[in-house]
Design a protein around this ligand. Sequence first.
Ligand code: HSE
Length: 420
Amino acid sequence: MKVLRVGICGWGNVATGMFKAIVDNKFFIEQSGVSIDIACIGARRDNPKCNPGEIKIYRDIFDIPNQDIDVVVELIGGVETARELILKSIKAGKHVVTANKAVIFHHGDEIFNAANDHGVKVLFEAAVCAGTPIVKMLKEELAPNRIKKISGMLNGTSNFILSNMEEGNEFDDTLKLAQDEGYAEPDPAFDIDGLDAAHKIGLLASIAYGTTLPPEEFYIEGITKIDKKDFLYADMLGYTIKHLAVSKLNKANIEIRVHPVLISKTSYLANLKGVRNGIEIDTDLIGTIHIAGSGAGQESTASGLISDVIHLANSNIEIIDTKKKNNSLPIKDFSSFSFQYYFYIEVQDTPGVMASITSLLAHQNIGIESIVQKDNLEENLVPIILVTNSFKETKVKDIKESILNLESVNKLRTIRIEEI
Ligand code: HSE
């Protein structure tokens, strides 16, 4: 049995979840031929929810890399202090395991280059979809494949909120629930504004396509502009609404984008509800693969972290080959994309209003695929729902402004439609 001595930095929810899983699932972990010995913990204060017994606690996390250990598990979160701790650990000859997507997104290339120079590894399975396997799978099991497209819901909190809104609940109530359950980030803006999903797709694109870490700028939009009524109209049109992160290989560039979409109700991703993360990967050799599982929370994250520690003991495969990055294609400029759009337009119920909207779109050469006009709302207002043909992103801003400038238009919401 190989024994790996581990020092855990941080002693919050994720760290104590990892500690408990190592204790409770010792038998299963050791089936892999690896025994994990938690040698020390770095934490400024005790955690009343978890007693680590005899394990020595250092009050300065920067003492951990100097201990007699094989692996530093970085669970302090944040970016700059985490970067410093990881680089110190690497220089001290320690492998690093982290669940911190932000630090890898912003400083991945620097960190992996330092790890290569010092002959150690930095693994981050739990940073994307927590314990649901994707990082090592993409790097190892799918290595013989050309990865054509990766698309998925990578933020559990957003999927949880959208699924609850689909059931008729309010955004704010559901966000509070996600915070209580421990899914949401300490600053939930990271979840609902799309940054968390952006970090994760940035990491996956880096593995699949060799894009840099940090990547060039790409389009990021969260879920805050979606109204629960949009689910009703999307449903009538055969769609549901998901927050999707996409990375795709094109001839001349790589797509990376994160935003809400309408997707067909019959698609695989549409049917993954709650805190579940789900990913669809189009490959040339295996065809389309689906992976789904819990993408947030203490236990799922513990599984991802422990799988990396086991991997360190059992494999020599490098997780990121930084040399590959020299050949990476540029990231596609978002303004050159075209999408079909869902428009929710709330209007005063006056004669000619529909004609003025359709002629405005016709003037811009934008076709309409379907129109739904529903019952009156209060105060003589009527919702008009349009699905447009595909048109260039460069036109979107002008079109929205022109529609909102029409006298009888009260409100406008738009969501892109994704071909899955
Ligand atoms: N806040 C994140 C989520 C946790 O909701 O997916 C896991 O990264």
